[in-house]
Design a protein. Sequence first.
Length: 318
Amino acid sequence: MNTPRPFLALFLLPLPMLANAQQPSVSPQALNTQAMAAYNSKDFATCARLLGQLVNDPALKPGASLVYNAACCQSLAGNPAAALGLLDRASTIDTISATDIEADADLVAVRALPEWQALRETLIQREDARLAGLDRELRKELLARQVLDQDIRKRATAAGNPPPKALMDEWARIDHDNTKWMKTVLARQGWPGKSLVGKDGASAAWLFVQHADMDKPFQKEAIKLLEAAVAKGEAEGRDLAYLTDRILAGEGKPQRYGTQYHAIDGKLVPQPIEDAEHVDARRAAVGLSTLAEYDKVMQANYRPAPAQAGAAAPAKPD
């Protein structure tokens, strides 16, 4: 799956809530978890089937990333024509970069189709239309830094526990550099919101603050700007929930949304939660799944992680 797009490689993707209160026999989060497990075990036919159920469910409104992932699994399962159609569909939901597709090893079979060039041109036109009026250079820098943020975490986790010191030093350097850079961005113009850098750029900005654990005063100043951006519709409430929990947990205080986990005696558990009885209501208010569903995702994707800030569990698997 396409690593440059947010969270595709390391974290499970956000899934829309059901349009009605009726609970399915298997939840969307559970299907997504099963699909990602199938992908990781190279059972691409199962991955394609499970994600197909999600993207074709009339009760859901799948996001572009979910549809994109379904395209990857279809391509790997030997159905490039189906994958091509899904990529076309994903690009009508949100920006899908032709450049990213051309760099994605999962989509080699799609790029071999004679129809790919026509879709490529369509993707470029749609991307240009969506980016009209945005600060393209700032968005490009945000997304490029996001790739570095995600790549080092993936490499460090894959290298074993503990990973080589050189990787940990690189991790610290990348986080420090992104924090320093974000300070200049926020000081210059405030929170880079959706209307300035697009939804993906605004999410990348959140990621760098989320990972600025070495500078807690900066996190506490930045969250004020994020709160204002969320109130104006310029950033996601779920991002605010994750950063709120990150700051509280970092100060040794109970979190509010249950997004932060840690390992105790080798078992992954939520850090203490304030008013835990009503946590699902707070989660629903910002578009998060129930804590029980979130826990299933966390447990399914947990790998013992290196002793680095934010590494005990995926930062945003919901």
